[in-house]
Design a protein around this ligand. Structure first.
Ligand SMILES: N[C@@H](CCC(=O)N[C@@H](CS)C(=O)NCC(=O)O)C(=O)O
Length: 232
């Protein structure tokens, strides 16, 4: 009953991180296969992982999940929803129906939105910057994020660092965003800073980052800003 997951560079692939956390954070058994983005072997590795998808149906992105009994999922949101459905006891979504609905809404919006922030600040867990210029569009994304995170606190957070009390898929999907806020030194309020700090301290994220540091750098992800130590 082991899932197989194909991921790419741990330092840079935010969707890989979400796919992996959707399993690892809920102690679901997973066997990992790793590839590297933007290198000649990327498409070959994807084809080898998913040989039944050929031609135009061949997968183009990671993560890819293979179910234990067969079947391929080529999108992080589908992976998250499928795992939650197959493992209701594992608590991937909040138990409370209203909290669960809100968590789903947040995850879906993360999956389809925040393009200004994602474009301006690609995830890079190897380096932290200071004095990063913030455009109006990125500021608007940050304001929206803070408002969404704030909207969870009254519902079911109860003093816990995570959006809905126990760590859930909502936290999984915002983990790479928290890493962007930390790594690019983006200004957010005290509550959002505390939420970012909780992600920085999360043992699974620390382990993921450490393993990424052991992989070769992809210089295209570097930005020409003043660097500082990684916040911990
Ligand atoms: N909607 C997809 C997006 C996946 C995605 O864009 N993955 C990136 C890595 S973070 C990728 O594989 N990029 C390779 C490429 O675009 O060639 C998902 O949620 O899984």
């Amino acid at each position: 009953m082991t899932y197989r997951l194909l991921i790419a560079d741990r330092s840079y692939s935010s969707w890989s991180l979400r796919g992996w956390l959707s399993l690892a954070a809920f102690e679901l058994p997973v066997s990992l296969t790793e590839t590297r983005m933007y290198l000649p072997g990327f498409r070959t590795d994807l084809a080898a992982f998913a040989p039944e998808l050929t031609g135009a149906a061949a997968p183009r992105t990671v993560p890819i999940l293979r179910l234990p009994e067969g079947g391929l999922l080529t999108d992080s949101l589908a992976i998250a929803e499928t795992l939650a459905e197959r493992h209701p006891e594992a608590g991937l979504w909040p138990a409370d129906p209203v909290a669960r609905a809100l968590a789903r809404s947040l995850v879906a919006e993360m999956h389809s939105g925040f393009s200004a922030l994602r474009e301006a600040c690609p995830m890079n867990l190897r380096v932290a910057y200071t004095d990063v210029p913030v455009s109006d569009a990125v500021r608007a994304d940050l304001d929206r994020l803070e408002a969404l995170w704030e909207s969870c606190s009254g519902l079911s957070r109860g003093g816990a660092p995570w959006l809905f009390g126990a760590y859930s898929l909502a936290d999984v999907f915002f983990a790479p965003v928290a890493m962007r806020i930390a790594g690019y030194g983006l200004g957010v309020g005290t509550d959002a800073q505390a939420y970012v700090a909780a992600h920085l301290a999360h043992p699974l994220l620390r382990d993921w980052r450490a393993r990424g540091l052991a992989q070769p750098e992809q210089p295209a992800y570097r930005r020409d800003y003043t660097t500082v130590d990684w916040p911990s």
